[in-house]
Write a protein that binds this ligand. Structure first.
Ligand SMILES: [Cu+2]
Length: 253
């Protein structure tokens, strides 16, 4: 019995360690509500679970001084259907992408904030800065998602939007990206904001799933899962922060 107990203790410690490790692995910057129904505007938050990595202590508690969040614009975004690349436009699956989100004004974390518009004038994201998410505290940055309508004639049972986020702790140029100065939660699509494989959060973007509520056409069977990802060109255009026409981040040189 004593031997079994002795064995049980390390086992429970191991189990706890695994649980802790998996919780830490998922403690990224994500959307508070990651899955919504079509046809309703949802007030949501970008949850910044931790800051950048202190090179001395390895703790991810460095102050987040700014954040940028960008949805696919649906214009040159890439589409997959059941994980197969598709050349159909997003409009084949979502009727009214338009402005996928709007920023909800808020100064809890950051003094300055602005919506990011694509060349068509649609709001595809926002940046917020000046101030910060500090120490071990969790940051919540509010926004509202559009009341999306899934095309009734399509076979989409869900549409998942891949969301690119950059949490900045220190302004650097692109070559200077490192875990102490930035936490990138972007899809690795070949943009300037992929980061490198050695960085925390590499190719680990946030996402928002839009679920269909209308009946599928009978010919669709079980329906298909659609994923829409922003293009490299869009991220290169929409991620940089400009104030009065001057690029603030990333620093140009
Ligand atoms: Cu994390």
């Amino acid at each position: 019995m004593k031997i079994m107990q002795a064995k049980n203790i390390p086992l429970s410690i191991i189990t706890t360690s695994i649980l802790l490790a998996s919780q830490m692995a998922s403690a990224h910057t994500r959307l508070q509500i990651p899955s919504i129904d079509e046809g309703t505007r949802v007030y949501n938050n970008q949850i910044i679970s931790h800051g950048c990595r202190n090179p001395d202590t390895q703790a991810v508690d460095l102050t987040t001084i700014a954040t940028i969040l960008v949805f696919p614009d649906g214009v040159d975004s890439s589409i997959t259907v059941n994980e197969e690349v598709s050349d159909q436009p997003l409009s084949a699956f979502i009727e009214n992408w338009g402005s996928p989100i709007r920023k909800v004004q808020n100064k809890d974390l950051f003094e300055l904030e602005e919506e990011i518009r694509d060349p068509l004038g649609n709001v595809v994201g926002y940046w917020a800065g000046s101030g910060g998410r500090q120490g071990s505290l969790i940051g919540a940055v509010p926004f509202r998602s559009n009341s999306f309508v899934i095309a009734e004639t399509s076979c989409a049972k869900s549409v998942k939007a891949i969301v690119a986020i950059a949490d900045i702790c220190k302004i650097t140029n692109i070559a200077g990206f490192n875990d102490a100065d930035i936490m990138l939660w972007t899809p690795a699509v070949g943009s300037n904001f992929d980061g490198t494989e050695d960085l925390n959060g590499y190719n680990s973007p946030a996402s928002l799933i839009i679920n269909r509520t209308s009946p599928l056409p009978e010919s669709c069977g079980e329906g298909v899962a659609v994923v829409v990802t922003p293009s490299a060109a869009q991220l290169n255009r929409d991620m940089p922060v400009n104030i009065d026409g001057v690029q603030i981040w990333p620093s140009p040189n």
